[in-house]
Design a protein around this ligand. Sequence first.
Ligand code: DP6
Length: 329
Amino acid sequence: MTDRPMEASARACANIALAKYWGKADRKANVPAVPSISLTLDQLITETRVRFDPSLATDLVRLDGRRASATEAERVVKMLDRVRREARLRARAQVTSHNHFPTASGLASSASGFAALAAAAWTAAGLRFHARRLSALARVSSASAARSVYGGFVELPAGKRGDVDLAARPIAPPAHWNVRLVIALTEPGPKKIGSTEGMERSRKTSPYYLAWLDQAPKWSRTIKRSILNRDLATLGAAMEQSTLAFHCCAMTSSPPILYWAPATLAALGTVRGLRERGVSVWATMDAGPHLKALCGVGDAMRVRQALDRTAGVTRTWVAKPGPGVEVDR
Ligand code: DP6
């Protein structure tokens, strides 16, 4: 053990999938069955501090100023255990994490949360920063978190059973393309089914799951190419297909999973209406009712105003490409 204090902080931003991950090739190692591509966003930030302290009898986890629930703490402790094994460390840790998301955003924070936790725990344990290994570590807790280790445009390849080292990799930095993602929060519907549970149910019961596995790589390839070519129309069309196909798998699971609220469809109508009037804007939705609209910087205000006027949209904001994980000791 070193005599340096065994503590570190890390900041990570959330990401939104342009090509969706839905389905696991290996549940235990949490390996995705399809490739996904994301955009890391500024503003949606989690900041986490980890301090290993030999005098602690147990790990202590605080999230947003409160004690973590048993389920939340269990996922954090599993990550700490993996870091302890890697660093050959026994000390328990104190973990404090804050989400700096626009107030009550209702957006999932597991991607930024597990990326920040992986980086803070890794550094606090005295291990040297290594983006690929951090990404693989974050992936085991939540596959989308593997992507938040990097800034800008990022891909996470599909893997196979036992692919324990699978990690995300950067496609292009934030400055590559000044796109905007307009986030429209809708009235939350009935309590949502978490993505882990939702995708397992789709894998086991949706008659469309195999078709999804077959088609998803094609949309991913198109999206990657259109990011490199800065071709918004091709990217947007493939992103909508990937979104609708994954929601189709969810809807046709048994029992069915419907993530949309009436306002989700209204907002989708707004995006399509804008497009009919010549605005280059495309929509995507994740495991919840909120809609995210991808457009060029010049159209962002118009898209935001139209979504603000849409029935059931409670608030909007505009996000831009953001940085990868950052660590301070
Ligand atoms: C719909 O990364 O939350 O947002 O690996 O089980 O933690 P686990 O799932 P998670 O799934 C994200 C699903 C999605 C699409 C995406 O972000 O690619």
